[in-house]
Write a protein that binds this ligand. Sequence first.
Ligand code: TPU
Length: 558
Amino acid sequence: MTYTVGMYLAERLSQIGLKHHFAVAGDFNLVLLDQLLVNKEMEQVYCCNELNCGFSAEGYARAHGAAAAVVTFSVGAISAMNAIGGAYAENLPVILISGSPNSNDYGTGHILHHTLGTDDYTYQLEMMRHVTCAAESITDAASAPAKIDHVIRTALRERKPAYLEIACNVSDAECVRPGPVSSLLAEVRVDDVSLKAAVEASLSLLEKSQRVTMVVGSKVRAAHAQAQTEHLADKLECAVTIMAAAKSFFPEDHKGFRGLYWGDVSSPGAQELVEKSDALICVAPVFNDYSTVGWTAWPKGDNVLLAEPNRVTVSGKTYEGFTLREFLEELAKKAPSRPLTAQESKKHVPVIAPTKADARLTNDEMTRQINAMLTSDTTLVAETGDSWFNATRMDLPRGARVELEMQWGHIGWSVPSAFGNAMGSQERQHILMVGDGSFQLTAQEMAQMVRYKLPVIIFLVNNRGYVIEIAIHDGPYNYIKNWDYAGLMEVFNAEDGHGLGLKATTAGELAEAIKKAKANREGPTIIECQIERSDCTKTLVKWGKKVAAANSRKPQAS
Ligand code: TPU
């Protein structure tokens, strides 16, 4: 069989394990889409728009390790760029592939549709360089294999998105076949001297410390170091806390687990554990304004061992040239037992008392009922807003996954991301918690859950406004038009769908709705949970005030 550029790309994507790629058609990528369809190992999955396509791929990468999204030039790719920025912030290898102008049109002065109306077609590549770890433009078949391999390899190595554009007349041009994938995935060699020095410096901190605590951060998953983190915790036998964005990245049934470290809004006791440690091991953390609660809780100082994905900083020195996994593995081999912090503290499980069946539905009762649904097979996707705080206070069984987008924080992310995640892990039960304000951005992607018969259960929190923004900074702009959210499902079902739209205004109605949702395996179920606007978690309000204070610092006098 003659091989083409598009077939080469498809085989590479399939070799790295993709079973699906996401797409929105447009005339610059139609031939490319045909070429990708030749590969029977991968299914082409369609989205309503390119922003959602990017977020769907982002969700797939969360479930599956990597993903690809295929869009058309400018009108498509620039919409998708927002989601690619999200994938960058969240450390997810999403390959964005855009069709691009015919190679004969470059440098000719021709003005093309879907472009800025100038004759320079390099602007999209330039823009994408800022939100990806590798970006290539393919305008000839001969250089395509090297460019495709470079983009895929860099994305996988750096766990960041990457970008490819392929001239629309080149995607079916003849090219060589891909070689084996092992050469593409080869790991970088370890600097043994640096690794040994980092481990020795870390051990000397641990050996002179009795109060040792671990803080697990959100980059631990992208660094593929979750098992190594748990193993180190087994050896140290110390207390372990997690950061909010790392919810579910450390098993909560582990005997050292002591809940969430999030400054003032930590689980009871967790802040004291962290602040009173002689040695604090921060594994792959992200310290930003949100995670430090407006810069009020940022562990720093000589007692902090900062183990980042590509670097360790301890006792005033930084070490590089190895991965986090390698560092944690080596450290665990010699780590001393330091059980004091675990012995002196207890895991705090928040207990929410059930309300009567006919009582008005509350945020607490909704959270309680959702928590009771979680099993080791659940993936809980929680949108920006109070859903963050509800998800992070849940008690998780081992194996349950929580997906948050706390670095990028794009409202509306969760609907397409849950769709992509469900596509990428169909053996799991997907539950989505999303506020009404967020849902209004990307609601139409629920239609793809109907189309692909994915039994995602959506808890739509109708509190009639942007409650998180009300907590941070109130004004008339925080109040939204109400929708009939449950009613939307009928629109998306049209003549052939099996989605279910339900409403719950009391605790009993919610329990009934959950029963129906669990029984509906042929499509998604949206349960519109109607709660009072003022009913939100206490932590949201407390955290919101501190973040607002950080945002409203006055400019420094010059
Ligand atoms: O729980 P709740 O009521 O806060 O959730 P809801 O209703 O989804 O409201 C979220 C409100 C919100 C906004 C408007 N959270 N962050 N923002 C700012 C924002 C605006 N645009 C984008 C794309 N992302 C944002 N985070």
